[in-house]
Write a protein that binds this ligand. Structure first.
Ligand code: SAM
Length: 244
């Protein structure tokens, strides 16, 4: 059917491509891909010979109207290099404009590094904030972390090896010794999860991060730090009731 199909692809293990995603990538009239060389490998793997067109941050504004026009009569798939499109990847404006044009938008859920990392970290998952990549400049990075400090939620960051040590140091300085985990190369041969509090992890990676793709998960602030006036009243009432 005509429309826009958002297709999640593996983040390392080709076995994680869903049958539905493979089927769509074998049938779509056109596949809009962040990097067509990367997607070409995936298409070869599943035997798809469907045509691709690049859709990335640098050409998106120019290409979008043409893609929207194609979707009126044909199935157009959107993929990124890995994982779920739109999540720290291009695509939200394409979905926005497709919806505004009355075009059917279908999502094919699948791998996402942020979610996969949370399932490995052993930290609370009931409330989380996905914060994407921290800014690389020191001032902007500190401001970004400060903004997250009072949130009672687990924080999820994307990182690269070379920046890991600096980011962990900034996180530890501003957020204190919260529990955290570094998940690396998820679903690949050298998958690894290292946990510890932020200062310990910062020290471990101070001399440079490991190779590969990384997600940093930081636990929420301790209950004491976040206790509200109501919590304190309740605790006090309970203590007084229990007193002899
Ligand atoms: N859209 C993708 C998704 O759904 O996960 C994320 C794209 S973002 C440009 C790339 C970042 O995702 C990497 O820098 C890394 O932080 C994270 N990432 C991707 N694959 C990963 C993997 N196999 N293990 C750990 N982190 C990964």
């Amino acid at each position: 059917n005509p429309g826009l199909y958002i297709v999640a692809t593996p983040i390392g293990n080709l076995g994680d491509l869903t049958p539905r995603a493979a089927d769509t990538l074998c049938r779509a009239a056109l596949i809009a891909a962040e990097d067509t060389r990367v997607t070409a490998k995936l298409l070869r793997h599943i035997g798809s010979t469907r045509p691709m067109t690049p859709y990335h941050d640098h050409n998106a504004d120019a290409v979008r109207p043409r893609l929207i026009a194609r979707m009126r009569g044909e199935a157009v798939a959107l993929v990124s290099d890995a994982g779920t499109p739109l999540i720290s990847d291009p695509g939200y404006k394409l979905v926005r404009d497709a919806r505004a044009a009355g075009i059917a938008v279908t999502t094919l859920p699948g791998p996402c590094a942020a979610i996969a990392a949370m399932t490995l970290a052993g930290l609370p998952t009931d409330r989380f904030l996905f914060a994407g990549f921290l800014p690389s400049k020191q001032g902007a990075r500190a401001t970004a972390i400060e903004e997250l400090k009072s949130l009672r939620a687990t924080l999820v960051f994307y990182e690269s090896g070379p920046r890991l040590g600096t980011s962990l140091a900034a996180l530890g300085e501003i957020l204190g010794p919260r529990p955290a985990a570094v998940a690396r190369e998820i679903s690949k041969k050298f998958e690894e999860v290292v946990d510890g509090d932020l200062p310990t992890l910062a020290a471990r990676y101070a001399d440079g991060g490991p190779k590969g793709e990384i997600v940093v998960i930081v636990g929420p602030p301790g209950e004491e730090a976040m206790a509200t006036a109501d919590d304190l009243d309740a605790a006090l009432a309970k203590a007084m009731a229990a007193a002899p």
